[in-house]
Design a protein around this ligand. Structure first.
Ligand SMILES: Cc1cc2nc3c(=O)[nH]c(=O)nc-3n(C[C@H](O)[C@H](O)[C@H](O)COP(=O)(O)OP(=O)(O)OC[C@H]3O[C@@H](n4cnc5c(N)ncnc54)[C@H](O)[C@@H]3O)c2cc1C
Length: 413
C-alpha cells in the first residue's frame, strides 16, 4: 500500500481526500498555491443537497442559455469575446441537453448522492469538526405558481432514477412562515425534505485543522508547477521551493484542474462556470432554512446572523477579476423576491469557479501517468458530492480496487 500521498488543492475535494487517506493509515501533505478554501469552496451556497444534485445539461437549460445570450442580466452569462475553445465546449454541452443523456448522467450521479450525507457524518463524527452541517428542508419559491411544476417534474425524474426525494407543496403563507425573507410577490413554494447546508469556508477550514491534528501537513502558498518521476517515486515541483518527494499525487485543483491534468491524459474538457455571492445582514430572528428562487436561479443560505445570496453562471477565465455587474444582476433579480434584506449593504462580494465538465460527471481516478490521480470536476455540486467521491478514491488508492461507483468517472474517459 502507498505510504505517503501529496494532495494538490486545499478545497473541499482535496481536504476530504486527504482526510480519507489518513483514515486508511496513509500520510498526507496538502499543498495549496494560495490558502485553505481559496477557490470555489469558500463563497459557495453550502448546500449539501443530494436530492437536488442533478446534471446541469437538460433541455430547459438550453432554452435559458439561448435567451441569456441577449440579456446581460440573465443568470447565465457568456461574454461575446469568448475564446473558440469555449464555443466548442458550449456546443458539445448543448448537444447533451436531451433527456436520454440526462438520464444516463443521472444514473452515474445517484450512487454518489446516496453516499453524500453518510460521508459528511463520517467527517463530522470522526474528524471532530467544529463546524457542522445543519439539517433543514430547502424551500423553493416561485412568483408564478406554474413555475413550480418544472421543478416538481425534475424531482420526479430524480426519483425515477432511484434517489428518493420528499417534497411538499406549500402556499405563500406557509412558505413565509418557514422563510420570512420571501416577499409578498412569491405565491407558491415547495418544501424539499432531507437536505442539509453548511457555512462552506468555515467547514473547509475545520477540515484542514482536522487533517493537521491527525499529523498531516497543510502547506499554504505552495503553487505546484509540475510532477516528475524520480528514483522509485515522484517529485512535486513547487514554485520557489524545493520539490516534495512523495509516492503518489492527487490533483484536486478545482477550476484550475486542466493546467496540471491535461498533460497527464485527462482530456475531458473542463471549464470554470463562475458563480458570484455576497452576504447581507439577516432578518430579525434570523433565517433558518435555505431558499431557492428556482426560476431566477438565486439562492439564499443562512450564515450565522447573515444571509449569503448567490447565483449566476459566467463562462470566463478562472483567474479573471470579479465583475461587479454580475453582483448587481444577482441583487436586481433578488430584489422583488425578498423582504427584510438590505441588498444595498453587501459584504463579502465573491466570485468562484465551479469546475464544469462537458459531460456533467466528475473526474475521479488514475491518470495515464503512474502514481498520479485526479479528483475534481464536480461542477455545481462539489460541496455535496466531494466528500463522497473522496471516500471512494481513498478506498481505491488504499486497496488498488476500483469501486463500482467510480467506473463512470474515469478521468481518462
Ligand atoms: C456561487 C456558487 C455556489 C455554489 N453552491 C454550491 C452548493 O450549494 N453546493 C455544492 O455542492 N456545490 C456548490 N458549488 C460548487 C462548489 O463550490 C464546487 O464544486 C467545489 O467547491 C469544488 O471544490 P474543489 O475542492 O474541487 O475546488 P476549489 O475549492 O476551487 O479548490 C481548488 C484549490 O486548488 C488550489 N490550486 C489551484 N491550482 C493550484 C496549483 N497549481 N498548486 C496548488 N494549489 C492549486 C486553489 O488555490 C484552490 O484552493 C457552488 C459554486 C459556486 C461558484
Amino acid at each position: 500500500m502507498v505510504g505517503h500521498v501529496t494532495v494538490v488543492g486545499a478545497g473541499i475535494v482535496g481536504l476530504s481526500t486527504a482526510w480519507q487517506l489518513q483514515r486508511r493509515g496513509i500520510e498526507v501533505t496538502v499543498l495549496d498555491r494560495s490558502r485553505v478554501a481559496a477557490g470555489s469552496s469558500w463563497g459557495n451556497a453550502g448546500w449539501i443537497t443530494p436530492g437536488l444534485a442533478i446534471p446541469l445539461a437538460e433541455p430547459a437549460v438550453l432554452r435559458t442559455g439561448l435567451r441569456s445570450l441577449t440579456d446581460p442580466r440573465a443568470p447565465l452569462h457568456i461574454p461575446v469575446t469568448a475564446d473558440p475553445g469555449l464555443w466548442s465546449f458550449l456546443a458539445r454541452f448543448a448537444a447533451r441537453c436531451r433527456m436520454p443523456v440526462w438520464r444516463r448522467t443521472m444514473a452515474a450521479l445517484v450512487p454518489l448522492n446516496r453516499l453524500a450525507l453518510a460521508a459528511y457524518d463520517e467527517l463530522e463524527e470522526e474528524g471532530a469538526l467544529p463546524v457542522r452541517t445543519r439539517r433543514g428542508p430547502i424551500m423553493a419559491a416561485f412568483r408564478e405558481p406554474a413555475d413550480a411544476d418544472g421543478l416538481l417534474r425534475e424531482l420526479d425524474q430524480v426519483r425515477e432514477a432511484g434517489f428518493p426525494v420528499e417534497v411538499t407543496d406549500v402556499d405563500a403563507e406557509e412558505l413565509r412562515a418557514a422563510a420570512p425573507i420571501v416577499s409578498a410577490q412569491v405565491r407558491r413554494g415547495l418544501r424539499i425534505e432531507g437536505q442539509r447546508y453548511v457555512a462552506p469556508g468555515d467547514f473547509v477550514a475545520g477540515l484542514a485543522e482536522s487533517v493537521r491534528r491527525r499529523g498531516g501537513e497543510v502547506r499554504e502558498g505552495a503553487e505546484v508547477s509540475g510532477i516528475r518521476h524520480v528514483g522509485g517515486g515522484l517529485a512535486v515541483e513547487v514554485v520557489g521551493d524545493v520539490p516534495v518527494r512523495t509516492e503518489a499525487v492527487v490533483l484536486a485543483t478545482g477550476g484550475w484542474l486542466p493546467r496540471l491534468a491535461r498533460p497527464l491524459g485527462v482530456r475531458t474538457p473542463l471549464r470554470p462556470g463562475r458563480g458570484y455571492s455576497f452576504s447581507v445582514s439577516g432578518p430579525p430572528g434570523g433565517l433558518t432554512v435555505p431558499v431557492y428562487f428556482a426560476r431566477e436561479r438565486v439562492v439564499c443560505t443562512p450564515l450565522g446572523d447573515r444571509v449569503r445570496v448567490g447565483g449566476t453562471m459566467e463562462f470566463r477565465g478562472v483567474d479573471d477579476p470579479l465583475d461587479p455587474a454580475r453582483i448587481e444582476a444577482i441583487a436586481a433579480s433578488a430584489r422583488p423576491l425578498v423582504q427584510g434584506l438590505d441588498l444595498g449593504s453587501r459584504q463579502d462580494e465573491w466570485v468562484g469557479s465551479r469546475p464544469i465538465t462537458v459531460d456533467g460527471l466528475p473526474l475521479v481516478g488514475a491518470t495515464k501517468v503512474p502514481g498520479v490521480w485526479v479528483h475534481g470536476g464536480h461542477g455545481m455540486w462539489g460541496m455535496c458530492q466531494g466528500p463522497a467521491t473522496a471516500r471512494l478514491l481513498a478506498e481505491q488508492l488504499a486497496t488498488g480496487l476500483v469501486p463500482e461507483e467510480l467506473r463512470p468517472l474515469d478521468p481518462t474517459r
